[in-house]
Design a protein around this ligand. Structure first.
Ligand code: SAM
Length: 349
């Protein structure tokens, strides 16, 4: 493999996309890796010129670029690109059109890439749900949910979706417009736990307003263009979020948790997040951890605090784990190993 960090990042990202079901991005990612020899393409990544492979992957630089190309294709502003991007076309043709677009307007790409990906993957709720069930089973109280790094807030509606885990179990309203499924292995979750939602709130450093068509397109652009089922799920979830008036507060997660996550009598305050931690500067991660633990220290049996997270194992990029810490007590348990987009749940809760 190349010793050029950026080349390696795109090659690895291409492999990951291939393994996670995007044949188009597997091919397209390899075209980009080869295309980095072109100075005009390389210049798009000047902001990460000194970054290591790990830093590039941690900042999701390949996904930023893929999102920028998909956004341009979805916008219709470059008909030549749109014509050769999925659902039609192939990777080589799409890459030729992308290079032409870069030559015309590199700022469109660098502008898009300035922010980390805000992929709002609604299927991650298939991994979070069994965690909420454990919280309900252990505390017996309704949940006051506080989501961090919620993007557009699609996972705010987790309790309104239908879940099907094959023979392992199911949960939720069979009439829900959105049916989610995941492959389950391991012991059953506490499917019959008394799970009720008292309230939901969410924050993001840069919330996406689902009511704004351009922001909605940006969000869709982070999906992989040949994964039609994922795109269909997104469209249904976005319509549900619009109808339900889902909103996400603009705030830094550490400050927001300090201000809003104090335990309250009669509910379980449940701080949760998915695929968000890797974007935090060390100081923010430390401040957030301290804020949650500080609130946890004040929790009581009648006012518990739960911290549920679907994140890479500490200090790694994979595997993705579902972990829960519950106060009073502050006991931490790993509940599951899961797939990043919610396709599988290997339960050990
Ligand atoms: C990859 S997205 C994940 C979105 C959502 N949690 C999901 O799983 O679908 C990560 C989100 O974290 C947000 N984020 C990053 N740093 C943050 C911070 N310090 N405070 C709040 N949100 C932050 C980003 O803006 C982005 O929307």
């Amino acid at each position: 493999m190349s010793d050029d960090a950026l080349d390696r990042a795109f090659t690895v990202q291409a492999d990951v996309c291939g393994r996670f079901g995007s044949a188009f991005y597997a091919d397209f990612g390899r075209c980009i890796a080869e295309g980095l020899a072109d100075p005009a393409v390389r210049a798009l990544f000047d902001a990460w010129a000194d970054a290591s492979f790990e830093e590039l992957m941690g900042a999701a630089v390949p996904l930023r670029f893929l999102g920028a190309v998909h956004d341009l294709a979805l916008s219709g502003d470059d008909p030549a690109l749109t014509a050769v991007f999925p659902p039609t076309g192939d990777a080589a043709g799409a890459w030729a059109a992308t290079r032409a677009a870069i030559a015309r307007d590199p700022g469109r790409f660098t502008g898009f890439m300035a922010h980390e990906p805000q992929t709002n993957e609604v299927r991650r709720s298939t991994c979070l749900l069994p965690g909420f069930l454990v919280v309900a089973a252990e505390t017996g109280l309704p949940l006051a949910c506080l989501e961090l790094g919620a993007s557009a807030g699609l996972n705010q509606l987790w309790s309104r979706y239908r879940y099907d885990y094959g023979v392992a179990g199911s949960w939720g309203d069979p009439g829900s417009p959105l049916a989610l499924g995941a492959e389950w292995s391991g012991a059953p979750a506490p499917w019959d736990a008394p799970l009720r939602v008292a309230s939901t709130r969410a924050c993001d450093r840069k919330p996406i307003d689902i009511r704004d068509a351009d922001q909605r397109r940006r969000l869709k652009a982070y999906l992989w263009p040949d994964q039609t089922e994922r795109i269909e799920r997104f469209d249904i979830a976005a319509a549900m979020a619009l109808a339900a008036g889902v909103t996400v507060e603009g705030a830094d997660a550490a400050e927001w948790v300090e201000a809003n996550a104090a335990p309250r009598e009669g509910v379980t305050t449940c701080v949760f997040h998915s695929i968000f931690w890797q974007y935090l500067p060390e100081a923010t991660a430390a401040r957030l951890t301290a804020a949650i633990a500080g609130h946890g220290a004040k929790a009581m049996k009648t006012a518990p605090l739960a911290w549920l997270r679907m994140e890479p194992a500490p200090g790694q990029l994979i595997p993705i784990e579902l972990r829960l810490t519950l106060w009073p007590g502050g006991e931490e348990q790993r509940l599951a190993v899961v797939q990043a987009h919610g396709a599988t749940v290997d339960w050990d809760g």
